[in-house]
Write a protein that binds this ligand. Sequence first.
Ligand code: MN
Length: 245
Amino acid sequence: MTAASRTINLSHGPETLSAKHTLPPLPYDYDALEPYIDAKTMMLHHDQHHASYVIKLNSTLAGNPELQDRSALWLLLNLDKTPLELRVSIRHNAGGHVNHSLFWRAMSPAGRGSPAPVGALAEALDRDFGGLEQFKRSFNEAGEQLFGSGWVWLAESRQDGGRLQICTTNGHSNPLLQGHFPILLNDVWEHAYYLKYENRRRDYLHAWWSLVNWDEAMRRYDRASDQAAKRDWEDEGGMVQGLTK
Ligand code: MN
């Protein structure tokens, strides 16, 4: 647990034990991603949608103190150790919490940070997709073709010698459940783009590249390639503020 999350941990008594999971603050202002993502979308997305997953996760766990010290990621990866009647809610809300926490950090204000990947991640994108532009095209296509609400990901395969792959997940699932390590993700639920882009998901997907936080993607790729770190995948929540055990 980080110092920051400890200070906002509310588990001081039985009546507040359920408030263990906390909403991580946005790492930038609501309007910092303008004009590609508007401030109102960011406010609703973070303060309402993401917050609701945290609230519902806490209320789902309220009657199960033995689960309240577990990270959201641990809960996702160990659903078989949770009560059957809670699993749907845990999968949805812990998944929503994990994915959105990753998503805010996958973006940064346009023009800040590295404009493109370099080093090991750039080499891997060349190796597995034929280059950055080809990767972006395939990622966009996957996002466009995903039916309904879900996410599009760049992940490192556990198989195939650690090749990079693009995958999509429905609802709030996560490639970690298939053993693949997430490097980059985009939210293609309508709530992520509808106010500004309406039904034009394709336009949102194209515009989103201006916001990608390549430094974070490179950091995650370096972590995924670290054999010692790989053994600690279940502790990946420790890389996301508010998700530590
Ligand atoms: Mn979302």
